[in-house]
Write a protein that binds this ligand. Structure first.
Ligand code: ZN
Length: 258
């Protein structure tokens, strides 16, 4: 409960947030993340989902419905918008467009409405949360210190969480420059005065040559963000994709993490 007796000083609710991006209809990866954080890192209170719940993978409805079992805040990614016709797929490559058409045929009316209703960004406390970048929330990729430098001008909070590249990364703005760093499993970011843009990596289709699902936990009590990787049953997801007739490259890339 927020607030309380007028005699108390302001005492923000201390919470653990599970930060997931780019689940991409990969139920096995999403479930592995939930199991990992519950079994190894003390669980969580709330999910921040950074978009692209669907697209590419074989279980769009199951991933939407699993997310909805928890307290969550979720924004839309480009694949979520494309699946409901909110974004045209002329900029998608052929495999992504094909998977998008397949996804659109699988989801129910309720799931379609869920995707349609997702906002493009939200702010909670010191965090701005978007899929791509604060300048172009759905589409822009932050891949380097150069693009991050621009992005720092487009949000007012101290920290910004992004997904979209499927690569775990942190960009730090200090007095003179923007520093960048890859996030390895077990890395911890203690939140201080410097502004940060943090990407937890991709749950359902990692692209940093590590096929394990990638995610983060923000612990507001410790004022820190932790980054983790967890293995999942890639072959089970691949078998479902084969049965669904999804593109061969999308199936094989899960095994390589590219
Ligand atoms: Zn994505």
């Amino acid at each position: 409960m927020r607030g309380g007796s007028i005699l108390l000083c302001y005492n923000p609710v201390l919470m653990k947030y599970l930060v997931v991006a780019d689940i991409h209809s990969n139920l096995e990866a999403f479930q592995a993340v939930l199991d990992d954080v519950n079994q190894n890192y003390g669980g969580f209170d709330h999910i921040w989902c950074l978009g692209d719940i669907v697209g590419y993978g074989p279980s769009p409805s199951q991933c939407i419905n699993l997310l909805k079992e928890f307290d969550y805040t979720c924004i839309c990614g480009n694949h979520d918008q494309a699946a409901v016709g909110k974004l045209d797929t002329s900029d998608f490559n052929a495999d992504a467009a094909s998977a998008n058409e397949w996804t659109a045929r699988q989801i129910s009316d309720d799931e379609r409405q869920f995707l349609l209703d997702l906002p493009e960004s939200f702010v909670e406390g010191e965090f701005t949360i978007v899929h791509g970048s604060p300048r172009a929330p759905v589409w822009e990729y932050i891949t380097s210190a150069i693009s991050a430098t621009e992005s720092f001008r487009y949000f007012d909070t101290r920290y910004c969480l992004v997904g979209h590249t499927h690569v775990p990364f942190v960009f730090e703005q200090d007095e003179v420059t923007v520093n960048e760093g890859y996030l390895g499993s077990g890395d911890m970011l203690v939140l201080g005065d410097h502004r940060l843009i943090i990407n937890p990596g991709g749950v359902g289709q990692p692209r940093d040559r590590d096929p394990r699902a990638s995610y983060a936990v923000y612990d507001s009590e410790k004022n820190a963000v932790y980054h983790y990787r967890v293995s999942y049953d890639v072959s089970a997801t691949q078998e479902k994709m084969e049965e669904a007739g999804l593109p061969v490259f999308l199936i094989s890339r899960l095994g390589w993490g590219v």
